[in-house]
Write a protein that binds this ligand. Structure first.
Ligand code: CMP
Length: 145
């Protein structure tokens, strides 16, 4: 199987709790290579755009506010089967239901403050990477293929 990319975002709750280092350690120990990384803060408009696929959900407004609350760490990760394997590594959306040993089981506080986001499909990953990293920043990876 060829290597592929996925997008990850350490959420404001986890960054504020100083979990960035331990979370990145878990990601690298699980075999992912970090291809791009950025500490930034989302304006509420950016958050609404980022989560627009959820715009009809009852928790949309609260979810956008929580993601715009403070700095986040955005990353592009590379690994064989990256999207699926990263979803396994982060665990279920609700940390209370996440399997022991997953990032959310270890660092998540609630369904909203669940420490980390990971793309759910290749198409979403492409869109989410593009949201944070302009195409040019990713060309070094793409040209290597
Ligand atoms: P994430 O993987 O970032 O994708 C969408 C987010 O919506 C999810 O993590 C949760 O943080 C949030 N979410 C999902 N379900 C709920 C819910 N029932 N109430 C509040 N937030 C939710």
């Amino acid at each position: 199987m060829t290597h592929s990319l996925t997008f990850a975002m350490i959420k404001p709750d986890a960054v504020a709790a100083k979990y960035t280092g331990p979370i990145i350690d878990m990601i690298e120990q699980a075999g992912f290579d970090i291809r791009a990384l950025k500490l930034t803060t989302l304006a509420i408009n950016d958050a609404s755009l980022f989560y627009r696929v959820h715009k009809d959900r009852p928790f949309y407004t609260s979810m956008c506010r929580s993601i715009a609350r403070g700095p986040i760490v955005a990353m592009v990760l590379e690994k064989e089967n990256a999207v699926v394997d990263f979803r396994k590594l982060i665990g279920a959306t609700d940390p209370a239901e996440a399997e022991v040993g997953t990032i959310r089981a270890r660092f998540g506080k609630s369904i909203e403050a669940n420490a980390i986001h990971g793309s759910d499909a290749h198409e979403t990953a492409t869109a989410e990477m593009g949201h944070f990293f302009p195409y040019l920043e990713l060309t070094s990876f793409l040209l290597r293929k």
